[in-house]
Design a protein around this ligand. Sequence first.
Ligand SMILES: Nc1ncnc2c1ncn2[C@@H]1O[C@H](COP(=O)(O)OP(=O)(O)OP(=O)(O)O)[C@@H](O)[C@H]1O
Length: 782
Amino acid sequence: MKAHSSKVGVFVRIRPTANFSKDLIECLPDGQTVNIHHKKDSRRPQDSRKSQLSSFRLEGVLQDVSQGELYARVCQRVVLGALDGYNGTLMCFGQTGAGKTYTMTGSTESYKQRGIIPRALQEVFQEVENRTEHAFSVYLSYLEIYNETLVDLLSSLQGSPHPSPRGMVVSEEPGRGVFIRGLSIHPVHSEEEALNLLFEGEMNRIIESHALNRNSSRSHCIFTVHIESRSRTLSDAKYITSKLNLVDLAGSERLGKTGSEGRMFKEAMYINKSLSFLEQAILALADRRRDHVTFRQTKLTHALKDSLGGNCNTVLVANIYGEAAQIEETLSTLRFASRMMCVRTSPAVNQHMDPAAQIKKLKRDVQMLKGELSICNTLVNRPNIPYESSKAQQAEIHSQVQRYLEGSLEEISIISIRQVHAVFAQFKLAVQEQEQKVKAWLCQTYNLVEIDQCAKTADIKEWDTRGSTEDVSAQPLKNAHRPSSIKGKTKRFKAKESQSRRGGEGSPVSWKGLESASKSKLSSVQIPKREQESQEPDTESQDTQESESQDTQESQPPGNEPFHPDLLSLPSSTLTKAEAFEDFKVGRGSKLNRILKENKAVLLERRSLLQQLTEEVNAVKREMDCTAATIQQHKETRGGQGQYLVMEGEPDATSLKQLSDLKALYRQRYEVLRDIKAEINYCQHLVDQCRVRLLSEFDNWYKKSFLVPEEELERSMDKTLEQEDNQLPYELLPENSSSESFYNARYRTLKRRDRALSFTPVQGNSSSGSGQRRLPPILPIS
Ligand SMILES: Nc1ncnc2c1ncn2[C@@H]1O[C@H](COP(=O)(O)OP(=O)(O)OP(=O)(O)O)[C@@H](O)[C@H]1O
């Protein structure tokens, strides 16, 4: 939709104070102008006594306004715009302690003092209910930028994706704009659900205490409401989306005033630096002669790129103090605010096409074009060309390709593009069939099993034998006492090893033997048939232990972390991951493990064959070189100028014959060597596949069996919560029923926090090694 140019809306909010400096700060009756009387330049002694007036005219000066009034004047139109498909951004900027968080989030203890975000959420869900002609979907995300690190404040919620090892990044894509890759986005269906997420995120924010603010936010936070809306009445393909960014910036601070030291000093440096880049970006945006603005210097400016000069309705609230002591910072906040007034944005509805409806339309277009094509063909007298592919035509093309491959058809005549595609498809099919045949032949010859196939069989058998009454989660612990199946397996290895020893591991393989082994596809390689194994008697052997320990080393699971089953009401013994892997190999993963071993045995056999063969080939080569050298020597002693003639029966004639035989032999053996190398590559591929599959199945099994208490815990917690909620102290709630969601969400959050505290000691943000997270004192709801 066409964008129109719009100014950024800028408001000033003055934090209430008993010491309001009327001499220095003058709010004019127009409600839009604030005059600041200040010293000319306090840093220059000659100017320090001179007074100067700086006047700022903004969209509104808000002094002693309630939270409700502020929302109505500043935010409401942006929220309603977001429901109509316009992106919106609301940003609080100002000195530390000036009231940004109070404006944006407000008090989480008092419904009346709730800030912009809870009010915006209430408005969104009220509108969703009222606008019955549209179906809305609402999603939330909550991002924190702390010391140039992106943190997902909602990552602690159930269902959040596991954080990517590479962390989150600010990305840009055409058509999608700026977004945070890796940030979790949560669907919400009610105001209460949304508030739950807000309060959860609030608990995770980083706060510190300093001289100007007891609960100072040490980071920038962006709470985003993603809205999607589709018409319920119109069946067209269009739908609209929008993003509402509610930004609480960290406060700028003079280090002398806040007394920040150590980590807080470092935080303050990051905050001031990113705010100064933000100011630079605003300056550049406000200057219409500049055609390039650099947003990428900091995460904050990059993440806000779309919101500052993009296609959205943007509003800034500049929070200032009313006291004389902060007048310099107040002045610089107002300067920033007035620059922001010069920035223009181009709000536009984000309209998209529904792919399903678009497909329908395209189908209609194709039908129409086909009709036109057929008319054109008739007009130029072209024979009736088929543009649809019927089964008969496909069969015809198939037969043409087959005949072409066999040589009975010289060429395939081309009649349409569709037919060319069909011909290529047939060629591809022929190649694939050939590949399958070769693969099947190799598997059959070497008794190797495709990993997918064997895993499927293993799964089915596992399922069959487990039975319906068995407790799956208890399985690994049962397996901790190695089941008897391991014994059967140990016997197999013993048999295999003795067999391979009998097969001549100690005795050299003759050339003939090698050749025939390769040509007859190694009939001498003995691998036990899988069906026979289960019938073998149970016995333990030293051989097996060696074989197993060797295998364990090769297929070690990643990590060796101990886990604590007692936390999960499991028996109190503690297994390491390596021990669990051992159990897995004899239990659930026994089939895979066995196949891995068998394939490895074949691979080893092949390798030793290759080694012997290489030696043989090298020996032949040496012999060839030797014979050639002898012939050369004779040639030279005869003064060998010109042609070298040898009479039959002479010793040189024998040498030449011998050399030619050796060459033939060399070529022949070299070919066998090459074949064996190819076989080894194939075997290696199967062994690798087996190993990866074994490890990944183990990982899944391990996670399912031991390491996912959180989800279970969360589920059980939610149940408990529901029960507890039924006993919610409603007598404490105010009579206003619209506050119910707010207090419910608050109550749930406090409960969750209590439980979290009772489970783990309170720590800072593990990802950033920062200060405390915002954990407000538990107060009675009143
Ligand atoms: N308009 C207001 N009415 C009542 N109390 C306010 C108002 N503005 C701020 N306060 C109070 O002032 C204190 C500091 O406010 P707040 O934490 O919102 O500041 P901030 O600008 O977010 O600071 P920082 O940048 O350090 O996080 C809080 O106790 C808050 O309740």
